[in-house]
Design a protein around this ligand. Structure first.
Ligand code: ATP
Ligand code: MG
Length: 400
């Protein structure tokens, strides 16, 4: 069966009242963006709360996969559409019965299945109403393909026949990613390490329509070029959904060594984290980001106890820190990581900067006043070091 169209469904954005057009426009833009990269010719149109993609000379799997990266889509329905004739008339009920039987014959080589026909008659001028049509079309299908059976309660196949500007026929709804279309929210700065959690966190916020910029704290020569490459690969996973990710690579070695020199070792991770947050916030402000994103989850490691989170959070003054996986168990995070194809990359063994400097027994209940006190040891040089780290920011434009 060669489908030549897709009907794209979206839910949440239908509810947005006057803003609906803003959302639909954004959705249209994203659909066109991903289809541009697919082989084939596509025409994307929108009528009355629906988006249609007409497709020619295209690859079905490639196209579906691409559409599944468009946030905001809840369903992708491969469809056959039939246009009106020159006089603007829809096919007669007899012709329609033929078309529908043909559709069922082509799409389902194995006819030992039950079905139900669901008709939506948006064009009320059509001679038969929805109930009558559903009954007649069902009968016609049974007549052409006697192995099918009808089950109106729990059918294997729910065949949708819509009488709109065109006739639409579809029976399969491939799930879309859901969420909100990209570009309808704003931008946020993701602290992206090479682990499992932060790419998932970035994906989850991006899914709400947020553009993602990312920062990676690199510690050469303690961390390898491969570790950095891994982070670039993870940024590319997110870029698959967002089109592009601007990745800042910050050389953190000097700051890390200085903290190592001047502060108690059991507090290293917390203090390093606080400097990461400070620098990320500065970069975020420069790029008009409205929040930071991290992959922290309560209690997962010493630096993510509630006391640690309190200390890390305390340095961020001008914007929210979004932690979408904060209440997730590791397995829940892994499940999403697998789903978005980040997992294989995340589990590659290259060190990120924190694993090198971790203490044997890090504090699990840091106290903010004590941490602040010890950070005082850094006062001579730290501001210059932070400035230098930001001035030498390496920016990598990652595209899908
Ligand atoms: P992840 O799997 O995201 O690395 P994790 O469980 O290893 O998380 P931590 O290493 O404690 O957790 O880091 C907590 C969060 O701090 C990360 O999710 C990430 O947002 C940020 N982070 C940690 N290290 C870095 C780094 N080198 N560069 C950028 N962000 C980092
Ligand atoms: Mg990590």
């Amino acid at each position: 069966m060669q489908y030549h169209a897709f009907i794209l469904k979206y839910a949440e954005i239908g509810l947005k009242g006057k803003n609906r057009y803003v959302f639909e426009d954004a959705l249209m833009r994203q659909i066109k963006r991903v289809l541009e990269k697919c082989s084939g010719e596509f025409e994307v149109t929108r009528t009355a709360g629906r988006i249609y993609v007409e497709a020619e000379n295209y690859d079905f799997d490639e196209t579906v996969k691409a559409l599944q990266t468009v946030f905001g889509l809840t369903g992708i329905c491969p469809a056959v559409t039939v246009a009106r004739d020159e006089d603007g008339k829809l096919p007669t009920p007899e012709k329609l019965a033929e078309l529908v039987s043909g559709f069922m014959g082509d799409v389902y080589p194995d006819k030992h299945k039950s079905f139900k026909v669901q008709v939506r008659r948006v064009d009320k001028s059509y001679p038969l109403d929805s109930m009558e049509l559903a009954r007649d079309l069902g009968a016609a299908i049974l007549e052409s393909h006697p192995d099918f059976t009808v089950d109106v309660h729990n059918p294997d196949i729910l065949l949708h026949v819509e009488l709109r500007e065109k006739i639409n026929m579809y029976s399969e709804v491939i799930p879309g990613p859901g969420g909100m279309p990209l570009g309808t929210a704003g931008r946020a700065m993701l602290l992206l390490s090479g682990g499992i959690d932060s790419p998932v966190a970035g994906y989850m916020i991006a899914k709400r329509g947020v553009e993602i910029e990312a920062v990676y704290f690199n510690a050469p020569p303690y961390t390898s070029e491969r570790a950095k490459q891994k982070v670039e690969d993870l940024a590319r996973v997110i870029a698959k959904y967002t089109g592009k990710v601007k990745l800042h690579v910050i050389n953190f070695t000097e700051i890390q060594m200085y903290i190592y020199d001047k502060c108690p070792h059991d507090e290293l991770t917390i203090i390093m984290r606080r400097y990461m947050m400070r620098i990320a916030e500065m970069l975020a402000k420069k790029s008009d980001c409205m929040g930071l994103i991290t992959g922290e989850s309560i209690g997962q490691v010493a630096s993510q106890t509630m006391q640690s989170l309190l200390c890390t959070n305390a340095v961020v003054e001008s914007m929210p820190v979004y932690r979408p996986v904060i209440a997730f168990d590791k397995q829940d995070i892994v499940d999403i990581s697998l789903k978005i194809d980040a997992y294989e990359t995340s589990i590659q063994p290259y060190e990120d900067c924190c694993t090198i400097f971790v203490a044997k027994h890090p504090v699990t209940k840091p106290r903010l006043d004590i941490i602040e006190d010890h950070e005082g040891n850094l006062r001579d040089k730290i501001d210059d070091m932070v400035k230098k780290a930001i001035d030498t920011d390496e920016i990598i434009e990652i595209t899908a």
